[in-house]
Design a protein around this ligand. Structure first.
Ligand code: NAD
Length: 284
């Protein structure tokens, strides 16, 4: 399995694949990002070992199954490539054009996109029948769902292979047709966006919006904390795709845009609606 991108999602997908016994090649644009990705996997496996959820031997053998590369050429022999680079359409399109050139003709190319059309991504390649959405949830090692997205040209064979691979990774799958936001974000993003509007309009503080939704509607995280966790750049990018594809009611909150413009991208950079310490815990 090849994984493109070693960020929050890419390193999680690599970890889960290696723990299920697959050889993994993880690609990013430089060594520094790859080292950070491998470091995150080591820490995550270390926590599992210390909680006695896995043995040190199993953790070591999972790490030994992961190789890294700064070039997409490292993916030439993969049977399945999962792309997990930023939610920017042109970036994904050009990466799929490159993957189509590099990967063997039988390889399946999957995207972990949260919202971008699989049909459009597939149309960049000469193998649209072998392109599919494979949308993992964050944090990947903990969240059991994979939302599979069929593009207009995705073949039944591709769907069946990717479905059984997701099951081999211990995931439960659901299927969505190719409309902006698919299932998860079609339902989730309007709530996160509305929380940003409520904050912008001065209806309540960050803490009170989140406490209300946690204690009042029994969600494990408030919407603003969840937006920070996903990454405010990713939330904005998803809302932009939904706004363009589905209309006015998905227009991103101007406050969200401002946070992204300021570089306050959430937990991954230490600042979003909350501030985070070096252990990525919220500073209250
Ligand atoms: P991230 O910013 O944490 O990681 C993206 C990684 O891709 C970075 O390490 C970056 O260096 C790398 N990258 C950028 N351009 C590249 C290229 N051309 N080749 C190889 N690597 C490249 O982002 P993320 O949160 O991991 O999101 C990745 C994808 O997963 C997005 O499409 C996002 O919508 C989707 N997703 C995110 C979440 C979430 O909660 N964050 C959940 C589900 C799906």
């Amino acid at each position: 399995i090849g994984v493109v991108g070693s960020g929050q999602m890419g390193n999680g997908i690599s970890q889960v694949a290696a723990c299920s016994g697959f050889n993994v090649t993880m690609v990013d644009i430089n060594e520094q990002f790859l080292e950070r990705g491998i470091g995150t996997i080591r820490n995550s496996l270390g926590r599992r070992v210390s909680k006695q959820k896995m043995s040190q031997d199993d953790a070591d053998s999972a790490i030994s199954l992961i190789t890294t590369s700064t070039a997409l050429g490292g993916l030439a022999e993969c049977d399945l490539v999962v792309e997990a680079i930023p939610e920017v359409p042109e970036l994904k399109f050009s990466t799929f054009r490159d993957l189509d050139e590099i990967c063997k003709p039988t390889a399946i190319l999957a995207s972990n996109t949260s919202s971008i059309s699989i049909t459009r991504i597939a149309a960049q390649t000469s193998r649209p029948a072998q392109v599919i959405g494979m949308h993992f949830m964050n944090p990947v090692p903990i969240m059991k769902l994979v939302e599979l997205v069929r593009g207009l040209a995705t073949s039944e064979e591709t769907f069946a292979t990717v479905n059984s691979t997701a099951e081999a990774l211990g995931r439960t799958t659901v299927v969505s047709t190719d409309f902006p936001g698919f299932i998860v974000n079609r339902v989730l993003m309007p709530m996160l966006n509305e929380a940003c509007y409520a904050l912008h309009e001065g209806i309540a503080s960050v803490r009170d919006i989140d406490t209300t939704m946690k204690l009042g509607t029994n969600q494990p995280m408030g919407p603003l904390e969840l937006a920070d966790f996903i990454g405010l750049d990713t939330v904005l990018a998803i809302l932009n795709v939904m706004h363009e594809g589905l209309g006015e009611k998905y227009r991103p909150s101007p406050l969200l845009q401002q946070y992204v413009d300021a570089g306050f991208l959430g937990k991954k950079v230490g600042k979003g609606f909350y501030d985070y310490d070096e252990k990525r815990k919220i500073i209250l």
